[in-house]
Design a protein around this ligand. Structure first.
Ligand code: IPM
Ligand code: MN
Length: 384
């Protein structure tokens, strides 16, 4: 029997608890079905509710408590809603969302993986038929860059006020994220070949490859880290001669994501640019309701990785049972596949869940259903 994998479940705010409930329902079903060695524990923090009671979003020793787990499954953080209650306990975004950044940083979750695939049944915002082939994996550098949180405000409140916001890019973090992107390109090409859906990308010298990595920077204006990323990319690409490469500036990349998103495979970008690009990629692949997100530490097995849907707390629909748990369930599928690195039964359960969520999406395109209905329908598929 495999060693038990422990998940810290942090439902958070707004629709977080609602979509987490469906995640647990599906996890429970899969655990029973496959005798998965899986346990989970719920935490009431980080959340607005905890802050209201204790004056902070999570306890002082939150990270050391969470470190004991193999993974964190987070619902959502932010405005708890309902928006028509002007007296609800509300924190500013930078306070309520800080735990997210603390976990990413504290556990050195240096990869943020956000797959964007336009699956049958998902809303297609783009008119071009070819958009149905949209299938990319955006890899966001998740440990530094524009998010280091260094800087300050000088002469605050005066007309001479000066705000500085430092960006830090290290060669070490650059190399590891770029190498990770190439490795994922390989993995994806192998998976596609196994599923009989090989794709073709051309290299600059006219060769045909089954995968591609696109580096995104703003090196024409932000040249220091832009040049370092470009050099690292060129060097590391030599280790992967069968992966096609290209480079886009972030503004042009936004345009091409909309114009011809099917030409991208793996995309690697800095923390902030990856953040912005993944909202765009999420919409192009059906919207926030279907977009998963994984904050990973692939190098240190003692550090938990964190899995969360890309969406926020959706205060406008919170508490009404209307939230679509699809993004959360795709996230859980990826979490199981992550556990699958050590335990093939988990990997198979992850694939099974992905298949059930995708089939549910395909069959119910456009129908209005509540959170529970969707979760129950997907569980029904798992037990059928
Ligand atoms: C995300 C979010 C966060 C980020 C915010 C909430 C700090 O937008 O996960 O994409 O910018 O990373
Ligand atoms: Mn974001």
């Amino acid at each position: 029997m495999a060693q038990t994998t422990h998940i810290a479940v942090t439902p958070g705010d707004g629709i977080g608890p609602e979509v987490v409930e469906e995640a647990i329902r599906c996890l429970d079903t899969l655990r029973t079905k496959h005798s998965l060695a899986l346990e989970w524990t719920h935490f009431p923090w980080p959340s607005h509710a905890w802050h209201q009671e204790h004056g902070k979003s999570m306890p002082e020793d939150a990270l050391s408590q969470l470190k004991a787990y193999d993974a964190i499954l987070l619902g959502a953080l932010g405005d708890p809603g309902p928006v028509d209650d002007p007296n609800r306990y509300l924190l500013t975004d930078s306070v309520s969302l800080a735990p997210l950044l603390e976990m990413r940083k504290g556990f050195d979750q240096w990869v943020c993986e956000r797959p964007a695939r336009l699956l049958p049944g998902a809303r297609r915002y783009l008119a071009d038929e070819r958009a149905k082939d949209l299938d990319m994996l955006v890899i966001r550098e998740n440990s530094e860059g524009e998010y280091v949180g260094q800087g300050g405000r000088l002469r605050k409140g005066t007309e001479d006020e000066t705000a500085t916001q430092m960006e830090v890019f290290t060669r070490k973090a650059t190399n590891r994220i770029i190498r990770y992107a190439f490795e994922q390109a390989h993995t994806r090409a192998t998976e596609r070949a196994n599923e009989g859906r090989t794709r073709h990308f051309r290299t600059l010298d006219g060769r045909d490859c089954e995968s591609q990595v696109c580096l995104i920077t703003k090196r024409n204006a932000l040249r220091y880290w832009g040049d370092m990323y470009t050099e690292a990319f060129e060097e590391i690409s030599k280790e992967f001669p069968d992966v096609a490469t290209h480079h886009e500036l972030v503004d042009a990349a936004c345009m091409k994501f909309v114009q011809s998103p099917w030409t991208f495979d793996v995309v690697v970008a800095s923390n902030l640019q990856g953040d912005i690009l993944t909202d765009l990629a999420a919409v192009l692949s059906g919207g926030m309701g279907v977009a998963p997100s994984c904050n990973l530490n692939p190098t240190d097995p003692d550090m938990p990785s964190m899995f969360e849907p890309t969406h926020g707390s959706a205060p406008d629909i919170a508490g009404q049972g209307l939230a679509d748990p699809t993004a959360m369930l795709f996230t859980v599928a990826r979490m199981l596949e992550w556990f699958g690195r050590k335990d093939p039964v988990m990997a198979a359960a992850g694939k099974e869940l992905f298949g059930a969520v995708a089939a549910d999406l395909a069959e119910n395109a456009g129908t209005r259903r509540g959170t529970e209905d969707i979760g129950a329908a997907i569980c029904g598929r798992l037990t059928a």
